[in-house]
Design a protein around this ligand. Structure first.
Ligand code: UD1
Length: 427
């Protein structure tokens, strides 16, 4: 049954909150497990629906997958013979399913992956993924809604330059090139910590990779890879969510498990808002000193720039900040859905192309709103905390895709956030 979050405004978040492994890494690591026959074990896996969907995809390919969500462990047993098709029902439910493209072509010489289509944050093509695989010698075409990549006699290393440092395309080239003949040099590669994480896992499987985390990655193909055990990198987006939640609510939060080095651009803006950020033994702490945030400008960029996934939180914090801010979205065309919902809560904003001007108000005013995606949903719950009265955020399932136990984590920080069925009238 559809559920929503019910938020009673007024409380500053105080205390500590735990972050787990990154959703955006765990899903790719699960796909990468396909590269080796045998049992790969992943730990620090978050307890979210997306992992369940990726597990189902791997099962349909012939793997045995055990997911112990409470323990944060996924074990994937990959047989000698695997399938090569990712169906539309799964790709539609989980866009990151496209991460099986590289491993499937490399392992089986063929991949049929349904094309995801547009989603709430923009059109998001696969052209760079396809171009990367073509450069490695695969024949790629689109038929009946599937991207089909074929390399019956294997892949060959190549020099590839991505037009844009796409995270997903970098991952698919990497997971294809590890089993290609010869050396691949990937220029203008994405530099996200999740790329470093997948490269570390592949290396522990026997892959030869240098330069992950920089713009140039070199991969020397090997004959075969072996299964491994790997702990998923900390979720920097979840960690950043709590940092901006502390700023917006004038709170004081220790983010246990957060890695401040992965959030340098975001934490610089947290400081610009007037909050203090300190590294602790277990993560980092954001202390607003109980003060209203100062407005701060944001422009999203590929890593190490400010992450687009944190843009809705910067928007929520600026909605109640002292002053005016300009938020610029450079990665996704339609990622301003939060804005209309924030306006329903009394935010003062104006959209102009890929910019939003936000004029901070002292407090927002509670109302029913709707989550359009994971981050927008979580940002609206935070906005509800700085609104008078009650805010309900419909579409709880979106938030569940990115945050394990979001309401419980909020309650642990002193907030009045609960779940309720979405079919009762708003009061
Ligand atoms: C990943 C993250 C997502 C994050 C994004 C950018 C996962 C599951 N998702 O998405 O949360 O917001 O990185 O940090 O890891 N593009 C093309 N053609 C392509 C590939 C990308 O035009 O072939 C465009 C996209 O439409 C988008 C931009 O490039 O405008 C960035 O996309 P990309 O870096 O590939 O993001 P994802 O890997 O999809």
């Amino acid at each position: 049954m559809a559920e929503r979050f019910r938020v009673v405004g007024g409380s500053a978040l105080r205390g500590e909150v735990q972050v787990w492994g990154a959703k955006n890494s765990a899903l790719k690591l699960m796909a990468a497990a396909l590269l080796a026959v045998g049992r790969t074990r992943l730990t620090n896996v978050p307890a979210i629906l997306d992992v369940t969907i990726m597990a189902e995809l791997l099962r349909r390919l012939g793997c045995t997958v055990d997911y112990d969500a409470a323990a944060g462990v996924v074990e994937i047993d990959v047989p000698e013979q695997i399938g090569h098709r990712a169906d539309y029902d799964l790709v539609r439910a989980l866009r990151a399913s496209t991460a099986v493209l590289g491993p499937l072509v490399a392992r089986t010489g063929s991949a049929d992956v349904a094309i995801p289509g547009g989603d709430a944050i923009g059109s998001r093509g696969l052209d760079l993924h396809a171009a990367g695989l073509e450069a490695l010698g695969a024949q790629v075409h689109v038929t009946h809604g599937f991207l089909v990549a074929e390399a019956p006699s294997g892949l060959d290393g190549a020099d590839i330059r991505l037009e844009f440092p796409s995270v997903g395309a970098t991952e698919n080239v990497l997971t294809a090139a590890v089993l290609a003949r010869g050396t691949t040099r990937l220029e203008n590669a994405a530099r996200e910590p999740e790329i470093v994480d997948i490269a570390a896992m592949l290396s522990s499987m026997g892959a030869r990779i240098t330069g992950a985390g920089t713009s140039v990655i070199e991969i020397e193909g090997v004959e075969a890879l072996a299964p491994t055990e790997h702990a998923v990198v900390a979720d920097r987006i979840a960690a950043g969510t709590w940092a901006f939640a502390a700023v917006a609510t004038r709170g004081d939060v220790e983010v246990v498990g957060g890695v401040p080095e992965h959030l340098a651009a975001a934490l610089e803006l947290v400081r610009a808002s007037g909050a203090e950020v300190v590294t602790t033994a277990r993560g980092f702490r954001v202390d607003s000193g109980g003060r209203r945030p100062l407005a701060f400008d944001v422009a999203t960029l590929p890593y190490p720039g400010f992450p687009t996934d944190l843009q809705p939180f910067a928007l929520a914090a600026n909605a109640v900040a002292d002053g005016s801010a300009m938020i610029t979205e450079n990665l996704f065309e339609a990622r301003f859905r939060t804005v209309q919902e924030l306006n329903r809560l009394g935010a003062e904003t104006r959209i102009d192309g890929h910019h939003v001007m936000v004029h901070g108000v002292e407090r927002l005013s509670g109302a029913p709103v709707e989550a359009s995606d994971i981050r927008a949903g979580a940002a609206l719950v935070i906005a509800g905390l700085v609104a008078d009265g009650v805010t309900t955020v419909s579409g709880a399932q979106h938030i569940d895709r990115g945050y394990a136990g979001f309401a419980e984590a909020m309650q642990g920080l002193g907030a009045d956030v609960t779940r309720e069925p979405d079919d009762v009238p708003f009061v």
